[in-house]
Each structure stands twice: as structure tokens, then as C-alpha cells.
Design a binder for this molecule. Structure first.
Ligand code: APR
Ligand code: ZN
Ligand code: ZN
Length: 368
């Protein structure tokens, strides 16, 4: 039996259950003894109803652990391997994977919507019924089962808390800058929202060679962190309109590339507006389902020649990007330890949600 944090309904605190039965992995699946899981804003977005979820569900999707058992036909992973969970399992064979867009993998898409693994079913039971698994993973559990294509091998000397963060916030944030956007050397980049994901956009932009990085947040602690991660200027959005502040920093032109990394209607509008003519707005944050992209088609888009691009999972190819990020971390070019504001136990997961709401942490990380 495993201990897990379970969402039973919208806005209800997660329940810590100790009776969770975890099946054996089926064909093409692996059982993982979790070592660490980050608490990401998307977990909170499920708990507060921003994103839809079938309940009861084991939340958590940003994790790392050790393979305990492999199902039939799994040849690339073996018990004892250290892995990062990729909550977008990438099949390598579908239309999108073959065209170099594995972040849009068809197999992953089906699983994400089902609340289960690739066949739509789940491997957890508790209190006599099944528990769903967030994003084909469910990392708020001491043990989980994921598709083998959703586990990426990492070196066994890599710190597991750091590895966990690579699985979502780091891949998404750095990928937004290095894969989704085209940042040119010397570009002025604006990043709206400097949480666990936004700080990674900032360091991705620095690695991509941005000349200026303007960090925008409402929280001074985050703006200070943003500077450590590479921001060259900061804008406190609680003290006046951030768009006009970015305009005045860019001779009224706007930023070459701007990223929205919160998921709010207001900041989506601001991000699109603060981009210069011919520039790119990259939408990373997951908004409520009724949020809209609003702009005048002619003046806002055609004449201004703006590009507005969605970003899913940092446009990452996990088998290419996870080793690349580990390498950058080992060379000291990627700050990952600094993202961990607090190490907590699974029992403290609701407190981690509270800390996220007040904006006082980049990441709380559960250590199992
Ligand atoms: N203007 C500027 N900054 C804001 C505003 C605002 N109106 N509202 C919130 N913020 C800041 C917060 O202060 C915080 O620093 O946005 C940041 C959000 O960070 P986190 O809560 O840590 O969220 P994170 O995990 O980084 O995720 C951001 O990406 O993957 C998605 O679902 C995720 O939509 C979420 C987004
Ligand atoms: Zn996440
Ligand atoms: Zn695929």
C-alpha cells in the first residue's frame, strides 16, 4: 500500500490516504518508487477547478523516482534506473512525433484527457474504488505507474528534487524560450509571471542570448529571484500598468518577444500588447477555459505583423531535452537548486498550495 494525496472535489483540501493499492505495471508500463515531486501551479489549477478533473484523482505530475518493476515488453528501462516523469508521454510514431512535434503526441493527448494511462484506465484503488491519475502520472504518491514512454532515464548521481522539477517547470519554461520562441542574440525579452515556470523562461532566454530580459510580477520576492535567474530589469505590475512600463523601456516599440507565464485573461492581453510590431507573444500559462485571445485583426495582427504562439510543455522533445538540461545544469549554466524554496513531506501538500497562492515560493518540493 502507498500513501498518496487525493483530490476528492473542487476546492476541497487534498486528502492524504494511506490505503492506496498500486497494481503491477501492465505491458508497456513501469512502476516507479517516487523520490520527489514538485508542486506546480497546474496541480493547484486542478484543485481549484481552473482545469477540469475527474475525481477522486491522485494529483502531481512533476516528479522523479526509481524504477521498481517493468511491464511486459519494456526493454529500455530496468529496475533501479533513475527517471524523470514526462507528463506528455511521447510515442515517437504518431503524426506529430514523426514531424518533430512530440509535445503534441496523439497518444499523450488521449491519456491526458482520460484521467488514466494510455488505455484510459488507472492503476490505483482506494476505499473500494479506482483513483484517477493526473496527466498519466500522479506523482503525489509514494509509488506510481506510468507508461514507459513517459519515463526518461537520468544519471543516478543527479539530485532527485532537481530532477523532479525538470519534469514540468524546467522543460516548460526553458523550452518556451529555446524551442517555442525564436529569440535572436540581443533581443529584448519580457516575461510576465516569475513563478516556477517563469523563472525558467528567464534562464532559457538568457541561454538563448537575449540582450535584455524584463521580468514582470506583482511580488517583490519573485522579482529579486528573477534577477538571480538573469533578468536585467524588473517591473512590479502592482505599481502601475506593466505595458506602459515596457513601452517606456523600449523607445515605445515594445519587446521583441514576450511570454505570458501565469494564465490570466488580463496578463494574456498585456503580453500581446507589449510585443513590438513584428514580434512574438508566447502564451505558456494555462488559463480558465473561457479566456480569449482578443485583438483587432488588422491593427493588432495584420498591420503589426505579430506572431502569437501557444506553448505546450515547452515544445519539448523529452528524450532530446532532458539530457540537454541535465548537461547545462552540470556545467553550471542552469540554476535548478535555487528553484527549490521548500522541501516538504506529502502531508504538507495543502500548505504548499497556500504558499503558491501567496506567491512566496518558486517551488515546494515533496521529498518521499
Ligand atoms: N501580474 C503579474 N504577475 C502576476 C499576476 C499579475 N496579474 N498574477 C500573478 N502573478 C505572478 C505571481 O506572483 C507568481 O510569481 O505569477 C507567478 C505565477 O507563478 P506560480 O504560481 O509559481 O505558477 P507556475 O508554477 O510558474 O505556473 C505558471 O504555467 O504551467 C503553467 O499551469 C501553470 O498556468 C500556470 C503557469
Ligand atoms: Zn506543471
Ligand atoms: Zn506520438
Amino acid at each position: 500500500m502507498a500513501k498518496a494525496a487525493v483530490m476528492t472535489g473542487v476546492d476541497a483540501p487534498l486528502e492524504i490516504r494511506t490505503d492506496v493499492e498500486v497494481e503491477s505495471p501492465r505491458a508497456g508500463e513501469v512502476k516507479i518508487r517516487m523520490a520527489a515531486s514538485g508542486v506546480c501551479h497546474s496541480d493547484l489549477s486542478m484543485q481549484n477547478g481552473t482545469m477540469m478533473a475527474a475525481t477522486p484523482i491522485v494529483l502531481g505530475h512533476e516528479g522523479a523516482g526509481v524504477i521498481e518493476e517493468v511491464g511486459e515488453g519494456v526493454t529500455e528501462l530496468a529496475p533501479g534506473d533513475h527517471v524523470v516523469i514526462s507528463w506528455v508521454p511521447q510515442c515517437g510514431e504518431c503524426f506529430f512525433c514523426k514531424r518533430g512535434q512530440p509535445q503534441l503526441c496523439e497518444v499523450a493527448n488521449m491519456a491526458l484527457m482520460s484521467g488514466g494511462l494510455l488505455d484510459g484506465t488507472t492503476r490505483f484503488t482506494s476505499q473500494g474504488g479506482p483513483l484517477y491519475q493526473m496527466a498519466a502520472s500522479g506523482t503525489f504518491s509514494e509509488v506510481t505507474i506510468v507508461p514507459a514512454i513517459g519515463a526518461v532515464k537520468i544519471p543516478s548521481d543527479l539530485d532527485m528534487k532537481v530532477a523532479a522539477l525538470i519534469g514540468c517547470g524546467v522543460l516548460t519554461g526553458t523550452g518556451a524560450a529555446l524551442n517555442t520562441a525564436s529569440i535572436r542574440k540581443g533581443d529584448v525579452v519580457a516575461v510576465v509571471g516569475c513563478g516556477g515556470v517563469g523563472l525558467n523562461v528567464i534562464q532559457g532566454a538568457r541561454i538563448a542570448g537575449a540582450g535584455e530580459i524584463i521580468a514582470i510580477d506583482m511580488n517583490e520576492i519573485k522579482l529579486q529571484m528573477a534577477k538571480e535567474f538573469g533578468a536585467t530589469a524588473t517591473v512590479n505590475a502592482s505599481q502601475g500598468d506593466p505595458v506602459s512600463q515596457v513601452m517606456s523601456m523600449t523607445e515605445q516599440r515594445g519587446a521583441d518577444v514576450a511570454f505570458e507565464v501565469i494564465g490570466l485573461q488580463q496578463t494574456i492581453d498585456q503580453t500581446i500588447t507589449m510585443v513590438r510590431r513584428g514580434g512574438q507573444a508566447i502564451l505558456v500559462g494555462v488559463p480558465k477555459m473561457d479566456a480569449m485571445v482578443n485583438l483587432p485583426a488588422f491593427f493588432g495582427m495584420v498591420l503589426a505583423e505579430k506572431t502569437i504562439k501557444g506553448c505546450w510543455y515547452g515544445s519539448s522533445d523529452v528524450r532530446r531535452d532532458v539530457p540537454k538540461l541535465v548537461d547545462l545544469y552540470k556545467k553550471g549554466e542552469l540554476k535548478l537548486d535555487e528553484l527549490i524554496s521548500r522541501t516538504i513531506s506529502i502531508e504538507q501538500v495543502n500548505e504548499a498550495f497556500d504558499a503558491m497562492k501567496t506567491g512566496e515560493v518558486a517551488r515546494s518540493v515533496i521529498a518521499y
